[in-house]
Design a protein around this ligand. Structure first.
Ligand SMILES: [Zn+2]
Length: 231
């Protein structure tokens, strides 16, 4: 279908118990008929090149999905579209997935790149305000983020700020459905150095591997102990 990426969409792979399913969330929209659907927001024009965040998010999610598939790790998507589907719509999809697979533990991984003033830089992840399973899951991904070559920050979104930054809403929608949820900001696309790095195929492979290694550790922990929490 026109405007849709070639993800293996709703086919859920794997099914071991206790099962862990990764729900991949590509932030914003991609390109449809040559037009960036989230323009002029979520992009940065450096003059000699343009960084389109939604396109970048899809590149990473697609590569990560291929790796999960190759390793028989259950996964699904909040969107398989290049259109800029709303957070609410993606939340509804999370609900469908969760209710269809009641025996699974779910991790929603929302993939983004960040925007900020001039020198703002670094990768960071966001979880919700209070310490919960999402934070324990994020702890497993955290060490691998150093592979990205950027400085790293850890953040917790406050409930009263969910409306300030629209993307954070996915965390609340996911946790309401009982999922662990982490929003990754892989780097600052408004920072020339980081934008160039993020567009580099080798960096993308490294970034995908970093997320993948964290996911594998999360799955192993849950398979061993039945919980992501320290035991
Ligand atoms: Zn974003």
């Amino acid at each position: 279908m026109k405007g849709f990426v070639d993800y293996d969409a709703w086919t859920v792979q794997g099914g071991e118990k206790p099962g862990v399913m990764i729900i991949l969330d590509s932030g914003h929209g991609g390109r449809v008929s040559g037009m960036y659907t989230t323009a002029p927001a979520k992009m940065f024009d450096f003059g000699d090149f343009v960084f389109e965040e939604g396109v970048q998010n899809r590149i990473l999610v697609k590569q990560l999905a291929a790796k999960l598939k190759a390793n028989n790790i259950a996964h699904a998507f909040t969107t398989i579209s290049n259109y800029d589907e709303s957070l609410d719509e993606r939340g509804v999809k999370i609900g469908h997935i969760v209710s269809s697979y009641p025996k699974y533990h779910f991790l929603v991984l929302s993939v983004h790149a960040n925007a900020g003033e001039g020198s703002a830089h670094g990768a960071e992840y966001w979880t919700t305000k209070d310490l919960n399973d999402s934070d324990y899951a994020a702890n497993f991904i955290f060490p691998y983020l150093y592979d990205l070559g950027f400085s790293i920050r850890i953040n917790r979104a406050k409930p009263n700020e969910y409306d300030k930054e629209e993307s954070w809403k996915i965390l609340r929608l996911a946790e309401k459905k009982g999922c662990m949820a982490i929003l990754m900001e892989m780097g600052f696309f408004t920072n020339r150095e980081e934008a160039l790095k993020m567009l580099d195929g080798e960096w993308q492979g490294t970034a995908v591997n970093a997320l993948y290694k964290g996911i594998v550790d999360i799955i192993n922990k849950i398979r061993t102990d039945g919980t992501i929490r320290p035991t």
